[in-house]
Design a binder for this molecule. Structure first.
Ligand code: ADP
Length: 477
């Protein structure tokens, strides 16, 4: 399991991805709002321009129709034009309504040219109102058309021009005399005020913008979440790599330490071995002599036994310190195992251990070093016997399987078992739980197995015995 984030901080080499995820979020955010502003402003400008053109087209038509169908006939019939006369009013009303009936128009007002009074309106309540024209009316009297956007209500959302509420575009166009049968226009008689309701169009644009903002925000959020996930994953990978690197460094350090320790042990053991040999043989001579005249005296026998034990330990030290380079020859694994059992038979009988042999065949031939393999199995069998002081079962299996072929040797005992914490340590040199153990047996075993290109593993539940599994690739010369 990885340690908490504060510890993680210390091994993170850089925060580029994290920086990237936050900065990209900010960039997308700013970009979205700038883009939305530009789109909305452009949409509003285009809408106003098109609406004004629409009003101008209508005004041209209105000018023509009102002049031909109302001004001229009325002037002929009545001598003068007065819209206060109901007949004249209803005539112009008919003409105007006929002209605008298929256009999307809110209202049409006609101002007179002298006094800024509404003389005609499609909304009768407006007729007679004064001074509503403003600057646009004056410009129209000078022959220029212009428009004015009138807003009522609205919200901040539509920030390019204010959104929602009521939006009306009022366009003011001069109303002129026409010179019949020519394209020329005459003097200005009044001003048309054409009002279009743009509220729905504005709302459509506003809806579109809200959609753009929501979509961009959603994309931004997804992108950010994805980037955060990548950051977290990258962090973990980097952290794992740093840990692996540290572990390798530690292993290298440990290997260097062991190598120098091994050299020292080898030198000391070598120096001890010769005097120890002399002590051993002298003690044996002494033992025989003491036995001759004092058979009860055990002192010399104790010296012999202890010097033997010391010799075994020194030999193990030397074995551990010396590199175990295998000399590969063709050998029969079953024969090596049987040789071990012959040697261990007295011990097995003494401890009341039953041996079960599950061999695929009585000839399992591989290329290996028979002496080294003998020592591997001896160490494992001796440990198993020591783990079952009150007897038990020792089950040995040999099997060849797989492609490429692998030899699997399993040694199971029903002894005291190994705790999970100890399983990780038993192959360490000098690790022992025994009173008189050296803790080198399994370290030597591991060296030899790895020298054969194999692996060794242990399965054990504390108190329920242990199984050692050796897995060798089968070599054929
Ligand atoms: P030693 O036998 O000198 O202690 P080893 O390296 O052979 O050294 O073994 C290391 C330790 O592994 C032993 O002390 C023992 O605790 C444990 N061990 C090895 N084999 C077994 C086994 N079959 N059952 C229980 N414990 C074992």
């Amino acid at each position: 399991m990885l340690p908490p984030p504060e510890k993680l901080e210390s091994v993170r080499p850089f925060k580029l991805v994290e920086f990237f995820s936050f900065s990209s979020l900010a960039v997308i955010f700013i970009f979205t709002f700038v883009l939305t502003y530009i789109i909305s402003d452009r949409a509003r400008t285009v809408l106003l321009k098109k609406s004004e053109e629409y009003a101008l087209l209508l005004a041209e038509n209105l000018n023509h129709q009102v002049y031909l169908q109302f001004v001229v006939p009325t002037a002929i019939a009545y001598g003068s034009i007065s819209l206060r006369e109901p007949e004249q009013f209803s005539l112009i009303d008919r003409v105007v309504r006929n002209t605008i009936h298929s256009f999307r128009i809110d209202s049409v007002n006609i101002y007179d040219a002298g006094e800024n009074i509404i003389v005609y309106s499609t909304d009768p309540s407006m007729v007679g109102k004064r001074n509503l024209g403003g600057m646009e009316y004056k410009l129209a009297l000078r022959g220029q058309h212009s428009s004015q956007l009138v807003s009522r209500g609205g919200s901040w959302v539509f920030w390019a021009g204010g959104g929602g509420g009521e939006k009306k575009l009022k366009t003011y166009i001069p109303f002129r005399h026409e010179k019949v049968l020519t394209w020329k226009t005459g003097p200005i008689m009044g001003v048309f005020e054409i009002t279009q309701d743009l509220s729905v169009d504005y709302e459509t644009i506003q809806g579109f913008l809200i959609m753009v903002i929501i979509t961009s925000t959603a994309i931004m959020t997804i992108l950010f979440v994805v980037l955060r996930l990548i950051v977290a994953r990258a962090d973990r990978i980097i952290y794992k790599r740093v840990l692996e690197q540290r572990k390798l460094e530690e292993q290298l350090h440990q290997a260097e330490k062991l190598a120098s320790l091994g050299k020292m042990v080898a030198a000391v053991s070598h120096e001890i071995k010769s005097p120890l040999g002399i002590i051993q043989s002298t003690a044996e001579i002494l033992e025989n002599k003491v036995k001759a005249f004092d058979p009860q005296n055990r002192l010399a026998s104790i010296v012999v036994a202890e010097s033997n034990r010391l010799n075994r330990i020194v030999t193990e030290f030397l074995d551990f310190a010396r590199p175990q380079i295998p000399h590969f020859v063709r050998c029969n694994v079953i024969e090596i195992i049987e040789k071990n059992f012959n040697f261990l038979e007295p011990e097995l009988n003494k401890s009341g251990i039953r041996v079960e042999k599950n061999f695929a065949s009585d000839k399992v031939i591989i290329d290996g070093d028979p002496d080294l393999l003998y020592r591997v199995l001896l160490n494992i069998f001796v440990n198993a016997i020591q783990a079952m002081p009150d007897g038990g079962d020792l089950i040995v299996g040999v099997n060849i399987a797989g492609k490429p072929e692998h030899l699997e040797i399993s040694v199971r005992d029903t002894g005291i078992g190994i705790s999970p914490e100890d399983i990780a340590r038993v192959f360490e040199p000098f690790f022992t739980t025994k009173h008189k153990g050296s803790g080198l047996g399994l370290a030597i075993v591991k060296n030899i197995v790895e020298g054969h290109g194999g692996i060794i593993k242990i399965e054990s539940e504390g108190g329920k015995g242990a199984t050692f599994i050796i897995d060798f690739p089968v070599r054929h010369a």
